[in-house]
Design a protein around this ligand. Structure first.
Ligand SMILES: [Zn+2]
Length: 399
């Protein structure tokens, strides 16, 4: 258990590097990231890795294989945080990767290992997520490059070298350890979950329009109440999601106008967020929900319009590499429970160009993006053991 405790201790240590005293807030290339780079760089060196920081601020530790031309396994996650975050979202995957290499005590495989601490995943500073992993995929376009050039310079890096961050040469794939950030594994009393796919997302704004009028003098049957129509539709959204498997749908925001207690609402604008690992299921649900909004509106004499804000396809993880991971989980004596990820992760970006696999660790209380976020040492130990079996299995198959 000692390595597991060291991982947790290191995550807590990195939490001290923050933009906001008393909380963990660390955005892309903020000054707080310098301390993280110093600590992680020291640990990487200690584990026998060659350390560099690429032009978008990803810290990269390279642990050579037996031959210089050995293909590379990338193990990574992110080092930035949401405002007032916990200590483990992203960070754990990086620190765990470093520990995995440290435990090799100099032993070499027929593949190299690169541990990457991505500089940006959460999208807090510029509203653009995954800048770190996108740079590894060579996916920073001119507009994004211009947006991040100044902060890159301010950090002491060279924005003209962004293209050099791209992964070149043969790769075996990408492995990411991450906390689940949800309550499923805890509810099943499981330490680990093998991620099958990262769910696609649809985000829309839906607007009901009726007529504002006096709340005291307008009889119920003569109203065109936009908020009452919206509330009927929100219930329909919940019913639809409950009827689906691994389907989630959320109305997280509503704005009613004019917004007075004694005035019937003229308009109600809502967000809709639908996620599923199969794009056809997700888009089908959105079509049905918009149809039901229309029916509700017609019956109530309202008008309904919608605007699509995001249509992000699902990212299936690699079936073969996921099987290697599942076998590694079983080799450690754990159940290889398969589950989708409802949240986006760097693995989704990496999966575009190489086989990717992902392992979830139980989130106590299902808590994440919150100072109370935590992990259990036994689950960290289970993940570490899984990682060791995973490396052994790759050595057998990639020899
Ligand atoms: Zn994360």
């Amino acid at each position: 258990m000692r390595p597991a405790f060291q991982i947790i201790e290191r995550c807590r240590k990195l939490a001290a590097h923050t933009e906001e005293p008393g909380f963990i807030t660390r955005t892309f290339l903020s000054d707080a990231m310098r301390g993280v780079h110093a600590d992680v760089g020291t640990w990487m060196q200690h584990a026998g890795m060659t350390v560099s920081i690429d032009a978008v601020g990803n810290i990269r530790g390279y642990y050579a294989g037996v031959t210089p031309d050995a293909p590379r396994l990338i193990i990574g996650s992110h080092l930035d945080t949401v405002p007032r975050a916990g200590a483990f979202d992203g960070i754990l995957g990086v620190v765990l990767g470093v520990e995995l290499v440290e435990l090799l005590i100099g032993r070499r495989f027929r593949f190299a290992i690169e541990v990457v601490g991505f500089s940006e995943e959460e999208g807090v500073r510029f509203g653009v997520p995954f800048i770190g992993s996108r740079a590894l995929m060579g996916d920073i376009d001119d507009a994004l490059g211009a947006l991040v050039a100044e902060p890159i310079r301010a950090y002491g890096l060279d924005p003209s070298k962004i293209a050099d961050a791209r992964v070149i040469g043969p790769t075996i794939g990408y492995l990411e350890f991450h906390i689940e950030q949800g309550p499923v594994l805890e509810s099943l009393k499981l330490s680990l979950g093998v991620v099958t796919a990262i769910a696609g997302q649809s985000r829309l704004d839906v607007r009901f329009e009726g007529h504002a009028n006096h709340a005291g003098t307008t009889p119920m049957h003569l109203r065109r109440d936009a908020l009452a129509g919206a509330s009927e539709w929100i219930s329909a959204v919940e019913r639809e999601a409950l009827a689906g498997r691994d389907l989630v749908a959320t109305v997280g925001r509503i704005e009613a106008r004019p917004g007075a207690g004694n005035v019937i609402a003229e308009s109600a604008v809502m967000s809709l967020d639908v996620r599923h690992t199969e794009d056809a299921v997700r888009t089908g649900v959105v079509v049905r929900l918009l149809e039901s909004a229309k029916q509700i509106a017609t019956r109530r004499g309202l008008r309904v319009t919608s605007e699509l804000r995001l249509d992000q396809p699902a990212a299936p993880l690699d079936a073969a590499l996921t099987e290697v991971l599942a076998e590694a989980v079983r080799a450690g004596g754990h159940s290889d429970y398969r589950m989708p990820s409802g949240a986006g992760h760097d693995a989704m970006i990496m999966a575009r160009q190489m086989p990717a696999a992902m392992l979830f660790l139980r989130s106590p209380g299902g808590i994440s993006h919150h100072p109370d976020e935590s992990v259990l040492a036994q689950d960290v130990a289970a993940a570490l053991e899984t990682g060791r079996h995973f490396l052994e299995q790759l050595e057998r198959t990639h020899g």
